[in-house]
Design a protein around this ligand. Structure first.
Ligand SMILES: [Zn+2]
Ligand SMILES: [Zn+2]
Length: 169
């Protein structure tokens, strides 16, 4: 399977797909912007960095085709009355096998990038999705796109505990 990356064009946001064969990537078909992919995205055949934006923070998830899984469940539920509902059990098994067979796709956390890298195994530092990392990069993207934005620091010192006066007579 040919390794490839899908990502939005940095200039016009058109979705692009480029092969990761080490050669020069073709310019964007829509706006003509040159596409420079990082050459150091992999090490020992595993993905380490985003080829599109060079970010080293990536996550992996199953490239599971949910549409296919839905079709299986739909067919199974139509057949259910005729198969004593065994078709639903079969559908669950088929879905589990499909999920197990699905390859990993490596996705860039870069908020404007979100590059999907297929056809290469994730490197050792590529972990499953982490919402806190995602939020961090979304915050970075927001800061860089809105300069001079007031930072909403609404920390009011925490709850002030009532003073315990020991005026015991
Ligand atoms: Zn473009
Ligand atoms: Zn990226």
């Amino acid at each position: 399977m040919q390794a490839s990356v899908t990502y939005p064009c940095r200039q016009c946001q058109a979705p692009l797909e480029r092969a990761l064969d080490g050669g020069d990537a073709a310019p964007c078909a829509q706006c003509g912007a040159a596409q420079e992919l990082s050459k150091r995205y992999q090490e020992n055949g595993a993905v380490l960095r985003c080829p599109a934006c060079d970010l080293k923070v990536l996550y992996r998830q199953k490239d599971f085709r949910q549409a296919l899984g839905c079709v299986v469940v739909l067919v199974a539920s139509i057949l259910a009355p005729f198969t004593f509902y065994l078709s639903l059990v079969a559908a669950a098994l088929i879905d589990a096998v499909l999920y197990w067979l699905a390859r990993d796709v490596v996705i860039c956390y870069g908020f404007q990038c979100r590059a999907h890298i297929r056809g290469l195994p994730p490197g050792p530092g590529v972990l499953p999705f982490d919402l806190s990392i995602h939020d961090y990069y979304r915050g970075l993207a927001r800061e860089s796109s809105e300069p001079g934005d007031e930072s909403p620091t609404s920390e009011s010192g925490g709850p002030a505990g009532p003073e315990t006066d020991k005026s015991q007579s």
